[in-house]
Write a protein that binds this ligand. Structure first.
Ligand SMILES: C[S@@+](CC[C@H](N)C(=O)[O-])C[C@H]1O[C@@H](n2cnc3c(N)ncnc32)[C@H](O)[C@@H]1O
Length: 248
């Protein structure tokens, strides 16, 4: 069973595309692209209208794709069911860290795309340092991410060269990924929010419970707000998210 057949049952509830991040992804895909492949597509967030196919191993995720979305096929990045050069562009968003063999998956993206590959991922060093939740409360979750994060520089090398773009996270980000609630700390105490974030589900609720209890205390006492007053004045923050864009 694909991991997201169990993790993804409520994904669409908290993981909706954020329009500002969508604009960045669509700009990276560029003009003149007439067909796009989405790999690790999940429920279809961020797919531009030119999307012709979504590749996704989890049936549960495919079943949450909205009506009218591009067709989805059950497959993995490491073995794409497409011929060489089948699409103008391939994108893989917040998914590479789940792949069993990222090098093979990136090789496949390069094989099937003619012009461009766009990957959204995060820089684990920046994430660890800037995202107060993992730094101060959940070091176990940070350690888990150390085991699966694929460095943007490695992705760029695998892509045969790529540029990296910082993707700031808006304070009211609509897509509930790990650091999305950096200015809304109470959200992390909500099990429905955590259910949409693999970092929590895969680290384990028992392991993160003590850190979340400390966060709850600090929110009640006002300690969190005193310590993070600087964050409350920001509209967007760099939490390490990066677009890696390769021209082929
Ligand atoms: C965090 S979700 C991201 C989904 C979507 N791209 C988005 O931005 O909302 C990660 C997705 O990667 C998929 N995935 C896991 N292993 C994969 C693999 N080997 N090849 C392709 N996708 C995979 C999961 O099933 C899941 O749907």
């Amino acid at each position: 069973m694909a991991t997201y057949d169990s993790l993804g049952t409520a994904y669409a509830r908290t993981r909706r595309p954020d329009p500002r991040i969508a604009a960045r992804i669509h700009a990276a895909l560029g003009d003149g692209i007439t067909n796009v492949l989405n790999v690790g597509a999940g429920t279809g967030s961020y797919e531009p209208p030119q999307t012709v196919l979504a590749v996704e191993p989890s049936r549960v995720m495919l079943d949450q794709r909205p009506p009218g979305a591009a067709p989805g096929v059950r497959a993995v990045a490491e073995h794409l069911p497409l011929r060489d050069g089948a699409v103008d562009a391939a994108m893989a968003l917040l998914t590479v860290h789940h792949w069993s063999d990222p090098a093979a998956g990136i090789r496949e993206l390069r094989r099937v795309a003619r012009r461009r590959v766009v990957v959204l991922t995060w820089d684990q060093d920046v994430f660890r340092e800037r995202f107060w939740l993992v730094r101060e409360y959940l070091p176990e979750a940070a350690a888990f991410d150390d085991t699966r994060a694929v460095p943007a520089g490695r992705l760029a090398d695998l892509l045969g060269g790529a540029r990296q773009e910082t993707v700031p996270v808006p304070h009211d980000c609509a897509d509930g990924f790990a650091a999305a609630y950096w200015r809304r700390p109470h959200a992390y105490l909500d099990p429905r929010v955590r259910a949409g974030i693999s970092l929590f589900a895969q680290t384990g609720e028992d392991v993160i419970a003590p850190g979340l209890a400390r966060l709850a205390d600090d929110l009640t006492s006002g300690r969190w707000h005193t310590r993070h007053a600087g964050l409350l004045a920001l509209d967007a923050a760099d939490m390490g998210y990066r677009l890696v864009v390769a021209e082929l």
